[in-house]
Design a protein. Structure first.
Length: 286
């Protein structure tokens, strides 16, 4: 394990979305994969979630715990907490449904943190903090009321998680102006969260000019999540890995003072043949 560094010295990370099919990779496969990631000069990792609805990645064995243990020997890690499959649907229903969701989610995310507490204590030198896997957006929190109750939830969560560094991420939908979004991100930082912003280069939901307007309002403490994919279908979501030159071009259009996280491990060429974008065991229909 390399010497531990402060968070602000870790310049490039990669996010990994655990899926049960990845258990088949095994310890040897994960060691090989992580050696390739380190060779790319990636110096920290993010497990996007450790609980997905009722799935805790314990079958056929506690493989995610095993993988996290292997990973932290190569680089420090952020651990994602509980995520809910119906999150986006509930957020789209408006302020009342959002409040109901937050009331329930607070208990679930606390339980998730408790389940991994022993692991974080055993690996405290390589544990960077908690990531709260709610993808915030001005599409869902465009009103003052919505943001106020979100901030009340986040303040309560931060109080329960204590002094451990905690991160949250967002994506842009142009429901708030660049200046308003920049101020919102500062408000989230003042609640004690490290804020990560998806760059939108892969989804192309906003034009390059729009994205640059938003980037101009960011402070340098905001971490950029660089989308290492190109979306090819909206419903259902489908994407291909971005070519190296496409990723370089997108990053070159952004301010260079930000730390970065590549999204995601599954799209990197180093994981080709190891982590699959689709379930290769699934028979085609028709």
């Amino acid at each position: 394990m390399p010497p531990s560094k402060a968070n602000d010295e870790l310049r490039l990370g990669v996010m990994y979305q655990p899926l049960n099919r990845d258990a088949e990779l095994g310890a040897h496969g994960w060691r090989y994969l992580l050696q390739q990631v380190v060779a790319r000069d990636i110096d920290f990792g993010v497990l996007q979630w450790t609980q997905y609805g009722t799935e805790s990645f314990q079958s056929p064995r506690p493989w995610l715990v095993e993988t996290a243990t292997l990973w932290q020997r190569q680089m420090p890690l952020w651990l994602g907490l509980h995520t809910e499959p119906d999150y986006f649907a509930e957020m789209a229903k408006g302020a009342e449904a959002q409040q109901v969701f937050f009331d329930t989610y607070l208990r679930k995310v606390n339980a998730s943190a408790a389940q991994w507490q022993l692991w974080t204590q055993q690996h405290q030198e390589s544990f960077l903090g908690w990531y709260v896997p709610l993808e915030l957006s001005d599409a869902y929190f465009a009103t003052t009321q919505q943001r106020a109750q979100l901030h009340a939830f986040l303040a309560a969560l931060k109080q329960r998680l204590g002094t451990t560094p905690t991160a949250i991420s967002l994506f842009m939908n142009a429901d708030l102006s660049p200046r308003e979004l920049g101020q919102w991100l500062q408000d989230l930082q003042q609640l004690g969260y490290e804020v990560w912003l998806q760059d939108g280069a892969g989804t192309q939901a906003l034009s390059r000019e729009q994205r640059q307007d938003y980037f101009s309002e960011l402070n340098c403490k905001v971490v950029l999540i660089n989308e290492a994919f190109v979306q090819t279908s909206k419903q259902p979501f489908q994407a291909r890995p971005a070519h190296r030159e496409e990723l370089r071009e997108a990053m070159a259009q952004q301010p260079d003072c930000h730390r970065r996280i590549l999204f995601s491990l599954r799209y990197l060429p180093e994981t080709s043949g190891l982590l699959y974008l689709t379930d290769v065991t699934q028979q085609s229909q028709g």
